[in-house]
Design a protein around this ligand. Structure first.
Ligand code: KG4
Ligand code: ZN
Length: 370
């Protein structure tokens, strides 16, 4: 790896896997904390709100329109000219194929024009390593990834070295929030709105199921919960504001209690397999990590198990390009080169971090849904 004159690595990151168009410049030098020189995120929330979810075609078009300007803004804010970056890192999967194409093609064009290396980054690796962007977290540690598309626990042993320990067998946790919100007539995105109305509700009024709770296997399940919420709502329709608040609060309680029970299995396993680790850490990432009661429950759980709990700030928990630039830096530093030529790499809608783990949901011709 060529370093700049002062021994610093500076990487431009690009993220377009879902509904955020993002670019960022991150700099790092051995012995110093990483520096986020810029972190520009354009959310397409408004484009998709009317449809109650992300529409892939709209997302791809919005990425095409916005990305060049977002990259320029990230470079300008970082005070960095294109020829001063050491590499370009772009999300190559998993995600919506249209958006991935836009980001990867743009990164390839920049790499070809400047002669800088291209690093094709797995979006999940971006989330998994983002904790090291804000604090000193040593390998190995556990990450709980909870977003609209993912619910999984990974053992992070180093860049490129992951073991998936748990995963949802049906819906993602954010999906459960979004579907419940839709059912209750709350606007998209559902998570923050369910949390908001739940504050005024009675969390004990409904006893919703706690899927897989108490079972030895460490996985997650949310689709039964969604069905129970629908049945409860149908039974008492039309819903008053009070009903909506009580259902939201009861749903959130079930989610929080189930999540804590499921995550505990992996904390116990980590203790068994890494008895010498004196500072075990659980990191949480993904949009659902913004939820107050979920954060509080995970913090309490970690305290009970003697784990440190790390929740990166919201801007780094949700989709962003700083985590992609940082994953690029970690990969460069670890001397990891992609299999094959990244300039030849095609984006992958499915790309599990742990290729050995059997898919629990959505196995298809293209491989496991991560
Ligand atoms: O990580 P993210 O921004 O995008 C991806 O899915 O990759 O996560 C979005 C998800 C949505 O399902 C949204 O409803 C959920 O995170 N979310 C929340 C909260 N804020 C966002 N869920 C529960 N409580 C919240 N406060
Ligand atoms: Zn994400």
């Amino acid at each position: 790896m060529m370093l700049t004159a002062n021994g610093e690595i500076r990487v431009l990151g690009i993220e377009t896997s879902c509904d955020e168009t993002a670019a960022s410049v991150v700099a790092w030098q051995d012995g110093s904390p990483p520096r986020i020189l810029s972190n520009v995120v354009l959310s397409q929330l408004e484009e998709h709100a009317a449809f109650g979810g992300v529409v892939p075609e709209i997302a791809a078009r919005a990425h095409v329109e916005a990305l060049d300007g977002i990259v320029e803004a990230a470079l300008a804010e970082a005070g960095t000219a294109l020829d001063e970056v050491d590499a370009v890192a772009a999300t190559a999967g998993p995600g919506l194929i249209g958006g991935l194409l836009v980001g990867l093609m743009t990164a390839k064009a920049i790499a070809a024009a400047t002669g800088k290396p291209l690093i094709a980054v797995n979006h999940l690796e971006g989330h998994a390593l983002s904790a090291r962007l804000i604090g000193e977290v040593d390998f190995p540690y556990l990450i709980l990834l909870v977003s609209g598309g993912h619910t999984q626990i990974l053992l992070v042993e180093g860049p490129g070295r992951y073991e998936r320990w748990a995963s949802t067998i049906d819906d993602a946790i954010g999906e459960a929030f979004d579907k419940t919100a839709k059912l209750l007539g709350l606007p998209y995105p559902g998570g923050p709105n369910v949390e908001r109305v739940a504050k005024g509700g009675d969390a004990r009024r409904f006893d919703f199921p706690h899927p897989l709770k108490g079972e030895a296997r460490p996985d997650f399940s949310f689709s039964g919960l969604k069905t129970a919420v629908r049945q409860a709502a149908t039974a008492i329709a039309p819903l008053s504001d009070r009903d909506v608040a009580d259902i939201a609060a009861s749903f959130q309680r079930a989610i929080v209690e189930t999540l804590a029970d499921r995550v505990a299995r992996s904390l116990e396993r980590f203790r068994l397999e890494h008895p010498k680790s004196d500072a075990p850490t659980l990191v949480v990432a993904g949009g659902v990590a913004a939820n107050g009661p979920i954060r509080a429950a995970l913090l309490a759980l970690c305290e009970r198990h003697g784990f440190a709990f790390l929740a990166p700030p919201a801007a780094l928990c949700t989709d962003n390009a700083a985590m992609i630039a940082w994953a690029g830096i970690e990969r460069l530093w670890a001397g990891l080169s992609d299999e094959g030529d990244p300039m030849e790499m095609a984006p992958r809608s499915r790309w599990p971090l742990d290729a050995k783990a059997a898919p629990l949901v959505g196995a298809g011709k293209r491989g496991a849904k991560a």
